[in-house]
Design a protein around this ligand. Structure first.
Ligand SMILES: [Zn+2]
Ligand SMILES: [Zn+2]
Length: 61
């Protein structure tokens, strides 16, 4: 069986590090939180974070 090369990045919950399956609407069922992405480095962030802990970008909105 030929496997497709997937470029999907595996996402993990920033809280519990469980893998997030839904990339379009990332939501951790364990923590019951919506995961938000840093617009700069594209890493998942806790929703309430105002500053990205990875790259220091300011999160707006
Ligand atoms: Zn979680
Ligand atoms: Zn960032």
């Amino acid at each position: 069986m030929a496997r497709k090369k997937e470029k999907k990045v595996r996402l993990c919950c920033p809280y519990c590090e469980q893998e997030i399956m839904e990339a379009d609407f990332p939501y951790c069922q364990a923590c019951q939180v919506t995961i938000f992405y840093c617009p700069k480095c594209r890493k998942p962030l806790p929703r309430e974070n105002m500053v990205c802990p990875h790259c220091g970008a300011e999160i707006k909105g």
